[in-house]
Design a protein around this ligand. Structure first.
Ligand SMILES: NC(=O)c1ccc[n+]([C@@H]2O[C@H](COP(=O)([O-])OP(=O)(O)OC[C@H]3O[C@@H](n4cnc5c(N)ncnc54)[C@H](O)[C@@H]3O)[C@@H](O)[C@H]2O)c1
Ligand SMILES: [Zn+2]
Length: 388
């Protein structure tokens, strides 16, 4: 897409997805490779003030801090790089408070800029701090994990966890832009890559059948989870996913309706994550299982045929996701799901496929079918997709 208003020298190197939110608020997504050298020019383009604080974590800092420092040498910006501890357990009010302390120490003003440079944890907590500091300071989301590039950094949700539950405190706050540097995927651990891929498959299944086909066709290359071996494929996956998320969230910024389709696989998925105390399954692994389970429920309700269900389950299996719930945890899943915050009026809501690339939100899935699906995926009777 053209007309991003970027200087021509940058325009050529970036794929731009325009994001228009209410009134004049734009939050474009720029997708490129080896971007650090361009950061100061992007910041000039947006008219940012002179202080830039990059929030990251120690693992990511180790890989990229010197490249960022080099990029800002001799520029008009004064750069600070600070980190928060790595891990979901540090997505807290306490860590957000410490970030606010640092912003005050640095005397950041509203025209200054916070760059959230990391995975979804950094994006959510740094985004939250930026959104409340002086009632909102310039924010750039610079996501480095696949999950953050295709999901967390897009849509303007920020959050910290509360002792009583995940993501219970947060804001809707659009960054000035999302700057996706695909080359950072080269250092992302394989397991994290797989986690992000679950969300990519999700976009294919809910709204982009061409993306789903593309993953099937390029399965062998994708399975290696190695960005450097096939950067063009990963570029396509990230770009199409980012477009899909943008298309949904620009229509429904505050979760009034359409945005709910992004929860495909997440009702069962959250049930699984919680039933195993967030220890046994990473989010993407639970969502992959959840998508297979929702597809099985849809098939049992006659919404899709066996072939469609098997295509979804098989693709997930071939990508390397487990399709087994350890038997010990299976019985707890239903009760956990019933207490999920997505339950409305006591009815569980599921996003179910009605064809590849199409879904429906349903709150009338019979309890008996939910139980059958959980049983079908519990380890003893592990699910195997039939050959066609
Ligand atoms: N705001 C939203 O709309 C939204 C949407 C989805 C998820 N989330 C949140 O995102 C979080 C999960 O994000 P995540 O999966 O990115 O987890 P994460 O931020 O914990 O990152 C995963 C791991 O990968 C490492 N890492 C990230 N990028 C790297 C790189 N380029 N090289 C090497 N290591 C790298 C991190 O240090 C971390 O250890 C959750 O807290 C979730 O609630 C938010
Ligand atoms: Zn998810």
């Amino acid at each position: 897409m053209k007309h991003s208003g970027l200087p021509a020298s940058l325009e050529k190197q970036y794929h731009t997805i325009a994001q228009q939110f209410q009134e004049e608020h734009q939050s474009p997504i720029f997708i490129g490779t080896s971007c650090f050298g361009d950061w100061p020019r992007f910041f000039d383009h947006f008219g940012f003030g002179k202080s830039v604080v990059v929030v990251t974590n120690p693992q990511i800092r180790r890989h990229y801090a010197s490249a960022i420092e080099t990029a800002f040498q001799g520029s008009k910006y004064s750069l600070k790089i600070i980190d928060i501890p790595s891990g979901e357990q540090f997505k807290t009010m306490d860590v957000a408070q410490r970030l606010l302390d640092s912003f005050l120490d640095f005397k950041l003003e509203r025209t200054d800029t916070v760059v959230a440079f990391g995975g979804g944890v950094v994006g959510d907590v740094a985004g939250f701090a930026a959104s409340v500091y002086l009632r909102g300071i310039n924010l750039v989301q610079a996501p480095t994990s696949l999950l953050a590039q295709v999901d967390a950094a897009i849509g303007g949700k920020t959050a910290v966890n509360h002792p009583r539950g995940k993501n219970l405190v947060g804001t809707f706050y659009q960054p000035r832009c999302v700057l996706i540097d695909l080359s950072t995927l080269a250092t992302l651990p394989r397991k994290e890559m797989l986690c992000g891929l679950a969300e990519v498959v999700k976009y294919g299944a809910i709204c982009n059948v061409a993306l789903f086909d593309y993953i099937e066709k390029n399965l062998e290359a994708i399975k290696s989870m190695a960005y450097s071996q096939c950067p063009d494929i990963w570029q396509h996956l990230v770009t199409e996913s980012a477009k899909a998320k943008t298309a949904v969230v620009t229509v429904d910024q505050k979760e009034a309706g359409l945005r709910e389709i992004l929860n495909f696989g997440h009702t069962f998925g959250h049930g699984i994550e919680t039933a195993f105390n967030y220890r046994r399954f990473l989010h993407g692994e639970a969502v992959a299982l959840g998508m297979a389970m929702a597809s099985t429920a849809a098939q049992k309700m006659g919404l899709i045929d066996d072939l469609t269900k098997d295509r979804i389950v098989k693709l997930l299996q071939k990508l390397g996701f487990t399709m087994e719930i350890p038997e010990v945890g299976a019985p707890g899943i239903l009760s956990v799901m019933a207490s999920d915050k997505k339950v409305r009026d006591g009815r569980l809501r599921f996003v179910l496929p009605t064809a590849l690339g199409k879904v429906e939100v349903r709150d009338d899935v019979p309890q008996e079918i939910i139980k059958q699906v959980i049983d079908a995926f519990a380890a003893k009777a592990s699910y195997v997709a039939e050959e066609h």
